[in-house]
Every structure is written in structure tokens, then in C-alpha cells.
Design a protein around this ligand. Structure first.
Ligand code: ADP
Ligand code: TRP
Length: 326
């Protein structure tokens, strides 16, 4: 069984792009792969943050993942900071990574150039991500392009540790999420739908009520001419609507295009399909959110199981790197 792992950082609001790009593929594979899904709350501390917001979002993300269909019996489901082995291995891997290697990460360069008070944790966060991945002998990490370089770093660090000390870690690989699931922002379809978008107008949030979802779809930017065709380069707005409809219905965007001759009708069909996909998730979320203790119990059980697995890996790594066993 291939082992797969992914994390969700509790900053911003989860949206339709996260759903089709990350959540749905995990759920589809949770019976046939050994899956680890966690809320990477420590990663939310790399930028300016509000403690109450991080805490609130961590529970919200966990509840939303359960509402979307993550089965805590079928996979390992937990909060990163509840498994202290993540930070323990992080340190051992810091001692295996070059300063220059960490500094070369594109995301670090971009994010650090935009701020004055850069936290050391922003520099070392890809090493924590490597610890997340290597703790569970992960084979596959399904991530978007912006995270590929971090998975490459995890590969390099694993190979270096294995050859210098002892073959402790499985060498992971990044795998592409489904191509059809690169959902673009509805109000500026040249950029992807993102948790950190400057305006929520083009972002279909998993917790938006149906009337808000409809309004956002009906106001989506389309293209200058009026023909309905799937051509992401020349017609990004309409193609994005077709891609969303295709993702919601499991159909093909080219075939769907042939069924519409006006933008208005296409938007209505997209709005219906998005509401059909997200309304049940929101309803399940609202029910589960009434009983946060149930969600917390699932997270606690997950962390307990995770610690058993992660603890064994940390012990191997500590012994290999030269620490005296207790
Ligand atoms: P965001 O860019 O919204 O902050 P993240 O970078 O935290 O999202 O990504 C979380 C997961 O969701 C990743 O696996 C990523 O590939 C996926 N994802 C994010 N945005 C989209 C999108 N617009 N379309 C498809 N998948 C996406
Ligand atoms: N860094 C990822 C993000 O911000 C989330 C994440 C944390 C992750 N640890 C991971 C993803 C390990 C894959 C594997 O989106």
C-alpha cells in the first residue's frame, strides 16, 4: 500500500480549489492508500498571526475535513502540534540541512522580501515540513507546484541522512494533484483561487452559504466574446467555469462546452453544481460544529496513534545521529 501524507495550514478559509485539488483526492484514496492527514498548525506560526484565530481555524479545518468525508478510522487524522515528534525530528533534520539550502527556497525568498520582521521559523519551515513527511515513511506527497521545492528538500535531506548515518527514512516524492483541479479565482481568472486572495469575491469558500456561492458564480468574470469553449489560455474565465462544472459533475470540460450557447446558462449550471457539491458539506459541518468535543476526541485518538508510529521513527533517527539511548 503506498503511503500518502498531506497537511493543511490553518490560515485563510478553505475553498473549492482546496477541495478538488487536495481534499477530494485524499478522500478518494483513503481506503486504498495508507493516508496521513493533519492540520499543520505549527506552520501558521511562521507569519504574523493571531493566537485565537489559529486555534479557532484549527478546529474549523478539522471539522471541515470530517464534514468533507475524511474518515478518522481509515486514515491517521490529527493536529501537528499534538504530536511533539514533529518538532523533535525537525531539530535533527535542521542538523542535516545547510543554511544555504533553506535560504534558497523560493517561497522563503518571496515571503521574506514582503516583510520587515521575518521569523526564523519562516526560514526553517520547509525543514519542519520534511519532518512531517519523513516521520511516517511517506512515499507520495500530493502537492501543488508551490510546494514541490519543499518536497524536493525533504528528498535531499532523507537521502543525506540515510547515506551519512543509517537508512532510517523512506525517500518521498511529490505527486501532482489532478490537473483539472487547478481552479482559478472567479474575479481574476489569471490567478489561482487562494486562501490568501486579497478579496473574497472570486473565492468559493467551503462555508459560504448557497446564496453567496450563487452570487459569486453569477458575477464571475467571463471573456470578451460570447462563445462557450474550453480554452484556458485564450478564454480563462469561461474555461474556469467549465473546469469547475467538470470537477463537480465528473464530466469533461470540452464535452460540457458543447452543451451551452450562452454564458448566462453556463453560470446557472455552474452555480447549481457548486451548491450541490458544497451545501451538503456545509450542512454536515454545521451539525458537527455543534459537538466540538466529538471532533476533538477524533483528533486526540489520531494523535495517540500518530505518536506510536512517529515515536519509533524518532528513536531510530536519534540513535543513528549519535544520541545516547535512554
Ligand atoms: P492556498 O494557496 O489557497 O493557500 P495551499 O497552498 O494551502 O492553498 O494549498 C492546500 C492544498 O490545496 C494544496 O494541495 C494545493 O495544491 C491545493 N490547492 C490550493 N489552491 C488550489 C486551486 N486553486 N486549485 C486546485 N488546488 C488547489
Ligand atoms: N506547507 C503546506 C502548505 O502550507 C502544508 C503542509 C505542512 C504539508 N506539512 C506538509 C503539505 C507536509 C504536504 C506535506 O500548504
Amino acid at each position: 500500500m503506498p503511503r500518502r501524507l498531506t497537511g493543511f495550514t490553518p490560515s485563510g478559509d478553505l475553498h473549492l480549489g482546496n477541495y478538488f485539488g487536495a481534499i477530494a483526492p485524499i478522500i478518494a484514496g483513503q481506503e486504498t492508500t495508507d493516508t496521513v492527514v493533519f492540520i499543520s498548525d505549527l506552520h501558521a506560526l511562521t507569519l504574523e498571526h493571531d493566537p485565537a484565530e489559529v486555534r479557532r481555524r484549527t478546529l474549523e479545518f478539522a471539522t471541515l475535513l470530517l464534514a468533507s468525508g475524511v474518515d478518522p478510522q481509515a486514515c491517521l487524522f490529527m493536529v501537528q502540534s499534538h504530536v511533539p515528534e514533529h518538532t523533535e525530528l525537525h531539530y535533527l533534520l535542521e542538523a542535516t540541512t545547510g543554511y544555504g539550502e533553506a535560504q534558497r527556497m523560493i517561497q522563503f525568498k518571496e515571503k521574506s522580501s514582503r516583510q520587515e520582521n521575518v521569523r526564523v521559523s519562516l526560514l526553517t519551515y520547509p525543514i519542519l515540513m520534511a519532518a512531517d513527511i519523513l516521520l511516517y515513511d511517506t512515499d507520495e506527497v500530493p502537492v501543488g507546484d508551490d510546494q514541490r521545492q519543499h518536497v524536493e528538500l525533504a528528498r535531499t535531506v532523507a537521502q543525506r541522512f540515510n547515506s551519512r548515518y543509517a537508512p532510517v527514512f523512506t525517500v518521498p516524492a511529490a505527486v501532482n494533484p489532478p490537473v483539472a483541479a487547478r481552479i482559478m479565482d472567479l474575479s481574476s481568472p489569471d490567478g489561482k483561487m487562494s486562501k490568501s486572495a486579497p478579496s473574497p469575491a472570486g473565492v468559493l469558500r467551503l462555508l459560504d452559504p448557497p446564496d453567496v456561492l450563487r452570487r459569486k458564480v453569477m458575477r464571475a468574470v467571463t471573456d470578451a466574446d460570447t462563445s462557450v469553449a474550453y480554452d484556458p489560455r485564450r478564454k480563462p474565465g469561461v474555461s474556469n467555469l467549465l473546469a469547475i462544472l467538470a470537477a463537480c459533475t465528473g464530466d469533461d470540460p470540452h464535452r460540457l462546452a458543447a452543451g451551452f450557447d450562452q454564458y448566462g446558462k453556463l453560470k446557472e449550471a455552474v452555480a447549481d453544481a457548486v451548491v450541490r457539491t458544497l451545501a451538503p458539506i456545509r450542512e454536515r459541518y454545521l451539525r458537527l460544529a455543534e459537538d466540538p468535543d466529538h471532533v476533538r476526541a477524533a483528533l486526540r485518538a489520531g494523535a495517540g496513534r500518530a505518536r506510536e508510529r512517529a515515536g519509533a521513527k524518532v528513536r531510530q533517527a536519534k540513535a543513528a545521529i549519535g544520541l545516547l539511548p535512554e
